[in-house]
Ligand binder design. Structure first.
Ligand code: ZN
Length: 361
């Protein structure tokens, strides 16, 4: 049985991770980013938002691609707001807020690889849904997502906002969404959503040795790859805890092999609880923090920075803190004063903007 009431899933994790993120808008410096990542499968690319790829690609004169990225974390969708449950109305409100504040949605894979491909001036954001709860994806006999499920809400918002590309990442265990698991997984990939690995049985990998970790992750990786032939999950979310400290256990998580299936994860999503660093920043970590989403009445004021509403006014008041796309797929643009934050692996693509150049835009 999947021990994943979301409350249990997240509560056990909160102490070390959330407290470290509480109130800290700027992410802490951790591991360096990899300079590039292989494309394991087609990414969710919005045909309306094709990045310029022609050569030459002139250096942009605006953008801040070292700013932070909000990665939002959802569990259940239901008729009432809960600490780990959002209503369809609440999810629609979140989408509306993102839309009205100039965000563009990307998948975890796109964020982790730095291949976000969004128009100039837009801020990337990621929607993630954990545990494959049935409430995330119900559909009719004709395979139309029901309006009260997460996918139905996303599809309705996309239909009402054709200038807003809607996508999300679903972190799955075995047999997600209650019924029609395989068909729904195939539908999600066909509609540009990402499927990520969340272990086969929602296991606490910190209670396992390397062999046990590889079994949990490998069985889920194989399950998804068999469900959607040709699809290779590259994003992972940890049930319960952080990455193991032991080197062999960490390798088993990030670059393991199980019964002929190998994986390489671009990132490992955490439960809490602050904006994530730019993938081009020295502060980028393979352990990717996420911002939880729930009605603000359900958290104490002291924990308001665990959840999206705690950041909404800060992002609105200070959009300069956010990653802002330059529109160029080639150059990484940022204010020159922030040049020290650039991961040196990306120095050949650096486009440091002087104040004068930015002002001339
Ligand atoms: Zn979970």
């Amino acid at each position: 049985m999947k021990a994943s009431t979301p409350a249990l899933c997240a509560t056990l994790m909160l102490a070390p991770l959330v407290l470290s993120g509480c109130g800290a808008v700027a992410p802490t410096t951790l591991n360096a980013a990899k300079p590039s990542a292989p494309k394991a499968h087609r990414s969710a690319v919005n045909p309306k938002e094709t990045a310029p790829t022609s050569v030459p690609d002139p250096k942009p004169t605006a953008g801040n691609e070292l700013g932070v990225v909000p990665i939002l974390e959802y569990h259940n969708i239901g008729p009432t707001e809960g600490r780990w449950q959002r209503t369809p109305r609440g999810l629609t409100a979140d989408l509306t807020w993102l839309y009205e504040h100039n965000f563009a949605l990307v998948t975890m894979q796109q964020y982790e690889s730095g291949d976000m491909n969004i128009p100039a001036g837009k801020h990337p954001a990621v929607l993630t849904f954990d545990d494959g709860d049935y409430s995330q994806f119900q559909w009719t006999s004709a395979h139309i997502p029901t309006p009260t499920s997460a996918v139905g809400v996303l599809e309705a918002f996309a239909a009402a906002h054709p200038d807003f590309h809607v996508t999300a990442t679903f972190f799955l265990n075995a047999n997600p969404f209650g019924s029609d698991s395989v068909a729904k997984m195939q539908w999600l990939v066909a509609h540009g959503f990402e499927l990520g690995n969340h272990t086969y049985t929602h296991a606490n990998i910190n209670s396992l040795n390397a062999q046990g970790i590889e079994k949990e992750i490998g069985e889920e990786e194989t399950y998804i790859e068999h469900a959607v032939p040709g699809y290779v999950p590259v994003s992972f979310a940890l049930p319960y805890g952080g990455l193991p400290q032991d080197a062999a256990d960490r390798t088993a998580v990030l670059d393991g092999t199980y019964q002929g299936t190998s994986w390489h994860f671009l990132g490992v999503a955490l439960v809490g609880a602050n904006p994530a660093a730019s993938p081009f920043s020295r502060a980028f970590s393979i352990s990717v923090p996420r911002i939880q989403v729930c009605d603000p009445s359900l958290v104490a004021a002291s924990t308001r920075y665990y959840i999206l509403s705690g950041y909404e006014s800060e992002f609105a008041k200070n959009p300069a803190m956010l990653y802002t796309s330059s529109g160029s797929a080639k150059w990484i643009s940022f204010p020159a004063a922030q040049a020290g934050q650039l991961n040196p692996a990306y120095s050949a693509r650096a486009d440091a903007l002087t104040e004068a150049a930015s002002a001339a835009k």
